[in-house]
Design a protein around this ligand. Structure first.
Ligand code: SF4
Length: 459
């Protein structure tokens, strides 16, 4: 009998085969294709070139389009990209388009005279694609999700095979609903124990990547399981799966449990999306190419230093590194739970360096503006601490963007950031430096102006 890993099981089912082995090439059927404003126009171009100007996508209910990257900028070419997506959605009759504006015949223009903080989107806008996919009921166990974005692997938190693909592959999927994939080998990360106060999911994944290096999982699946997973929220699992690609991974994947089921069922019902799915379970005798046991109780606040996500150090060892700014946001670090931990450290205190807060989605903006701690909302607590909080949820400076992007580093600054990638130039200026850390570590560092262990501020 062929024992398979979670990834192999999903690929084997999607290929219509009884079993697959790592290294084998298989044609798989896609359950969903997601694209956004940066790669969508290119993907559409490939699709039209290869399948013809009048071609129709393989399934109009299985394409999800989420503008999120270069949105809140006066750059006209970036604004135009959103219009290209809207035209394609209209022409194809696609079911899921989370437009920036409400007028289906309108044009998107960012009004920079209103400033970067005030909300400028309509009612359908959903924010950062990976966080939005989950909130809008598009992540389902056992499915195959392709996205034209490397952090598509975040949906592996929901026990699905989710991976980033390029525009050419995405154009092919648009036309056929299929893709040829090499089955990746699987690396096993067994999580045990419980995280201590001050330690977050970001510290878990920075430790895993630090162990294997930023290319240590190239074209491999990262399977996270073990008794410690039960103590991780779905947000925690999303943070961890999101960064599988930061070690070069093809995908990251978690086991299915009652928490997964509750989250997926709630979101599918709320949004009226497909509610049926088939999770995959472990075989227990599956073969891995690598095994690591991670004792969550022993982890400490961790930082990935410039210039790559594998440069692991403990926050408490880096007090000599002075910072110019702090940033909380992105798919991996801009969720409601991330901002709550950020606010817990900052409450009744004041940051001493420029500090930016960019919620990943409009729903998270609403969460933070409605959650009250005593007299104040969490949003107000952050503003009072000196954080520049924007209502314009999106990718913002996580990947630099046009020069007027909120929080972008336009000079060779040092930034501590709750985002997921820190290769040179990632957040703007090519000589800037980014230190990746949890929202709690970002908060503590914003209070002191140097890299700081958040446990110093725990009461
Ligand atoms: S928030 Fe950053 S990592 Fe996430 S999709 Fe946007 S640019 Fe990519």
């Amino acid at each position: 009998m062929n024992f398979m890993t979670l990834t192999e099981k999903i690929l084997s089912r999607a290929a219509g085969k009884a079993g697959v082995e790592a290294g084998e090439n298989v044609w798989v059927n896609a359950d969903l294709l997601m694209t956004h404003d940066v790669c969508g126009p290119g993907t559409i171009g490939v699709f039209k070139r290869e399948f013809g100007p009048k071609a129709k996508v393989w399934d109009a209910r299985k394409v999800v389009i989420i503008p999120d990257h270069y949105i809140f900028t006066a750059d006209s070419k970036s604004n135009r990209n959103v219009d290209i997506l809207r035209e394609f959605v209209r022409e194809q009759g696609l079911s899921y388009f989370y437009d920036v504006i409400d007028d289906p015949k309108g044009h998107w223009v960012f009004d920079s005279s209103k400033g970067p903080l005030q909300r400028q989107y309509g009612s359908a806008y959903a924010g950062v694609c990976h966080t939005a996919l989950a909130q809008k009921g598009h992540t389902r166990p056992g499915e195959i999700l392709f996205g034209t974005d490397s952090h598509t692997c975040m949906a592996g938190a929901f026990n699905e095979f989710a991976t980033g693909i390029g525009n050419t592959d995405a154009g092919f999927v648009l036309g056929t609903g299929k893709l040829l994939l090499k089955v990746p080998e699987t690396m096993h990360f067994r999580l045990e124990g419980k995280m201590q106060p001050g330690v977050m999911a970001k510290d878990v994944i920075l430790n895993c990547i630090g162990e294997i290096g930023f290319d240590g999982a190239t074209y491999r699946a990262l399977q996270f399981d073990g008794s410690g997973v039960a103590g991780l929220s779905m947000d925690d699992r999303m943070t961890i799966a999101n960064m599988a690609i930061e070690a070069g991974g093809k995908n990251g994947i978690f086991e299915f449990d009652a928490q997964t089921q509750a989250a997926v069922d709630y979101r599918c019902k709320l949004n009226g999306t497909q509610s049926s799915y088939q999770p995959v379970e472990r075989d227990r005798d599956e073969k891995f190419v690598y095994e690591l046991i991670v004792d969550l109780a022993k982890l400490e606040p961790t930082v990935a230093c410039h210039p790559d996500p594998g440069q692991r150090k403990l926050a408490k060892e880096l007090g000599h590194i002075k910072l110019d700014r702090a940033y909380v946001g992105s798919c991996t670090g801009g969720k409601t739970s991330d901002f709550l931990e950020f606010a817990r450290v900052l409450k009744n205190k004041r940051v001493v360096i420029d500090t930016f807060g960019v919620p990943a989605t409009p729903e998270i903006v609403r969460d933070l503006q409605s959650a009250r701690w005593g007299e104040k909302t969490v949003w107000q607590i952050l503003v009072d601490a000196g954080v520049q909080m924007t209502e314009n949820a999106g990718c913002a400076a996580c990947l630099g963007g046009p020069v007027d992007t909120f929080g972008r580093m336009n000079a060779p600054l040092k930034c501590i950031s709750a985002t997921n990638r820190n290769f040179p130039g990632r957040m703007g200026h090519k000589e800037s430096q980014v230190f990746l850390a949890s929202p709690a570590t970002v908060a503590a560092s914003a209070l002191t102006g140097k890299i700081t262990d958040p446990r110093e501020f725990l009461s």
